[in-house]
Design a protein around this ligand. Sequence first.
Ligand code: PHE
Length: 342
Amino acid sequence: MASLQEQIQQYELEIKAINIANAAELEDFRIRFLGAKGIVKQIFGEMKNVPADQRKEAGQMLNSFKILAEEKFESFKSLQVDTKAKCPAVDNTLPGTPLPIGTRHPLRVVENKIVSIFERIGFSVATGPEIEDDWHNFTSLNMPEHHPARDMQDTFYVSTDPDWVLRTHTSSTQARILETEQLPIRVICPGRVYRNETISARAHCFFHQCEGLYVDKNVSFADLKQTLYYFVTEMFGENTKVRFRPSYFPFTEPSAEMDISCTVCGGSGCNLCKHTGWVEILGCGMVHPNMLRNFGIDPEVYTGFAFGMGVERITQVKYQVNDLRMYSQNDVRFLRQFQAIT
Ligand code: PHE
């Protein structure tokens, strides 16, 4: 059996060779060599068995072994995780600091509502570019060059090229759909549009539209009326009345504007309806045969209806917002009022 001195030498070699990489290994080292039942303590206990003439030498060896172990431990002490360190008491059951979250913009809320009402009856959503060419914004929609109807919408041109405009309506998306999709077509096109208007409470240089298009065999004006009536009852409630007035749009024939009974006074007369009892909410009509022909569709076989509404207008009527500028001022006191509406 190896003498105690030899054992100590063995352990010294071991300590010198040990590599300590982390807190767990440091703790293992401490327990093995310096712990209450560790090797240093154990060898101290064995000193009594060393023959008296060797005890002095063995004692010195043991001391330097102990110092070696302690120094090794100290040199890696930075790895140690101080579990007793004072840290502030944390109560994990306390609610956290609330993160300020934004709210949906009222226009988006209303747009989503419009879209989902039409989705329920089989319309799908289509979007298109805001920078549009003349063909999709005007010409294909039965508004050739110099057509007086072009003046109905004050257009922003992109640079000096008259072929590129900021779209004045989302009918341009309908044109793109007629160009690329197979019949029958039933789409709703939400999006931002631009018109060169002076900004005031009642007009803005950009606003939002949702336009619908349905082209198939045997689509009639009765289908248009029923579809829009369904929309109105879903959006404004069952008791809302509708009326259609003849109107003019180059891409529809016949054309109409639709009014609903005033959502504020119910018809008795107020500021919103300018004491008429009715508020206009959209334009509509049967797709003009010229427009169908522009996309290679035979108007003798297919018919269709189209309608277009301003999202700001619907929001104004539904929530009595009386200044268009509020939609783009981003005043949170205004925006937060729509928090509960989804
Ligand atoms: N595009 C028209 C506008 O912006 C609205 C409309 C769409 C009217 C479809 C009739 C049919 O004013």
